[in-house]
Design a protein around this ligand. Structure first.
Ligand code: SF4
Length: 332
């Protein structure tokens, strides 16, 4: 709920003043059990910082993160241990998350040990065997070390480790982008199957729109720390509304002509979050820039009247989500 994260950045020399970098700006969303919400956007848009706050590796500067109704900033010892068990993560690089000196069984068992789950050794072994079996590694391989497996298998081990404590939520931080293209589809299918079997929710960080289209129930598009458009996945693909989302889709999904019409080429680089543009931060690159209003006023989030789950932050729409400028054809 309205989560922001600021970092204080020191100047290059001791004489230069400290500056504030707003990495995440007033982001709100909800993830439901058994569903996947994907956050997409270019590097530096704040999606990974958002994921780290969900994982409680960083604390928000303002706003609240609620888990089953409880503000996670209030969690202490036991509550925090429970949270670590209920919320797991799979990162892009399985090498970084698998200790090369540990046998795979021990790696997978770690969340059961570290979170203080009261299980006998036999019960723990059964859980580890089951996790290794469901991800397709097989319990018999558990005595090997990570280097004895391929990249795809190592990611399966990371998934087994995330799954073994039967979490409610798994944060997937670009889980397939480090894998060979030939095995990405297998991994997406595996994640979908596991979600169906265990009913956990996923928050997925991605920049590949093809993956998100296949995996996500909800899609949030981020730009310079703001979530500029959020909707059910099928709605955002059907009624792509924010000019930045249109540009992203146009570049990544050339077969997505709806409401876009022509290929949109994004000009310029993403501005530095240290000195974001005034008004709408996207205005220097926006192909629909309305001029003074976009350059001076930050657009509020509004919901569309015909679909209140679909929100957008752009001056092209009024508070009912209808296009203000009839000459700018965006929606049907
Ligand atoms: Fe473009 Fe203006 Fe909308 Fe920003 S507010 S995305 S500059 S039209």
């Amino acid at each position: 709920e309205n989560v922001s994260k600021e970092f204080t950045v020191s100047g290059k020399s001791f004489l230069s003043a400290k500056r504030t970098l707003r990495a995440v700006d007033n982001v709100s969303f909800e993830v439901r059990r058994g569903e996947t919400l994907a956050l997409v956007g270019e590097s530096g848009c704040g999606k990974t910082t958002t994921a780290w706050m969900i994982l409680k590796l960083l604390d928000p500067t303002s706003g609240r993160i609620l888990f089953n109704g409880e503000d996670i900033s209030t969690l202490k010892k036991d509550g925090l241990r429970q949270y670590r068990k209920r919320v797991q993560a799979v990162f892009q690089d399985p090498w970084g998350s698998l200790d090369p000196r540990m046998r795979v069984r021990r790696i997978v068992a770690e969340p059961l040990i570290g979170t203080g789950e009261k299980l006998t050794k036999a019960q723990r072994d059964r859980r580890v065997d089951e996790a290794l079996d469901v991800v397709g590694i097989g319990a018999k391989q558990g005595n090997k070390f990570p280097h004895e497996f391929s990249g795809g298998q190592r990611q399966r081990i990371a998934i087994a480790s995330a799954l073994v404590s039967r979490p409610d939520l798994i944060v997937l931080d670009e889980p397939i982008s480090g894998l060979d293209v030939s095995i990405r589809a297998q991994m997406m299918n595996l994640l979908k199957d596991l979600q169906e079997q265990y009913g956990c929710a996923y928050v997925m960080i991605a920049h590949d729109l093809g993956t998100t289209r296949y995996m996500a129930d909800w899609l949030g598009v981020m730009y310079l720390g703001r979530c500029v458009e959020m909707a059910r996945s099928e709605d955002i693909f059907e009624q792509t509304s924010h000019p930045y989302t249109q540009a992203l889709f146009s570049a990544a999904l050339p077969s997505h002509p709806r409401d876009v019409g022509e290929t949109i080429v994004l000009s310029g680089e993403v501005p530095s979050p240290m000195s974001p543009p005034s008004g709408c931060a996207f205005h220097p690159r926006c192909h629909k820039n309305l001029g003074a209003v976009c350059e001076s006023m930050k657009p509020e989030h509004i919901s569309f009247a015909n679909n209140t789950e679909h929100t957008v932050a752009c001056h092209l729409y009024d508070e009912n989500g209808t296009a203000v400028r009839p000459d700018v054809k965006i929606r049907d």
